[in-house]
Design a protein around this ligand. Structure first.
Ligand code: IMP
Ligand code: MG
Length: 174
């Protein structure tokens, strides 16, 4: 293991929590067809694990935004880099996100998708860093873990596009 990385959430703990989240989502949607929208690229691994535990008919879509560049602090300006492939109108949409940080990204994606009139919109974020929130009203309907204000990597999350493939969530000691 890279000696500059300390493990914050183990592979086992992630697996257990993903199962719990899926159980709750299965109950909440009660068999209703669901479109999972992956917030690229950080949510790819989380969504692929979560999706395999869901029991309703599921479709996949993806949305890309950019705000961070290669730094560890948000610019606050979000732009769309990849739009949805399908029209979300009339569909139940569950956005799957790696982390809710300042809230700028989720606010942007939520407004974008709501403008297309889905039947419902909810967000499922693996991680929540509430101490960093700038958009204070922004919350996620489902949260895997609430974490302190530390820059984390692994299980999809990157630093300068690296470390996404780590099976655990770690803190990078820069
Ligand atoms: P927000 O717009 O500030 O809420 O940031 C959301 C996006 O910033 C996430 O989808 C991540 O891509 C990125 N991000 C925020 N915090 C971290 C972190 O600790 N590690 C890696 N990426 C992060
Ligand atoms: Mg990122």
């Amino acid at each position: 293991m890279n000696e500059n990385i300390s493990i914050l959430i183990s592979e086992e703990a992630i697996c257990q929590r993903v199962n719990e989240l899926a159980e709750t989502i299965n109950k909440d949607y009660a068999g209703e067809p669901l479109t999972l929208v992956c917030a690229l690229k950080g949510a790819m691994i989380f969504m692929s694990d979560l999706a395999r535990k869901l029991d309703m008919p599921v479709k996949f879509d993806q949305i890309g935004t950019s705000s961070y560049g290669d730094s560890t602090s948000s610019s606050g300006k979000v732009r769309l880099t990849k739009d949805l492939d399908f029209d979300p109108a009339g569909k139940h949409i569950l956005l799957v996100e790696d982390i809710l940080d300042t809230g700028h990204t989720l606010l942007f994606i939520k407004k974008h998708i709501l403008s297309k009139e889905p039947a419902s919109f909810k967000a499922c974020c693996l991680l929540d860093k509430p101490d960093r929130r700038v958009i204070h009203e922004m919350t996620s309907d489902y949260v895997g873990f609430t974490i302190p204000d530390q820059f984390v990597i692994g299980y999809g999350l990157d630093y300068a596009q690296l470390y996404r493939n780590l099976p655990y969530i770690g803190v990078l000691n820069l």
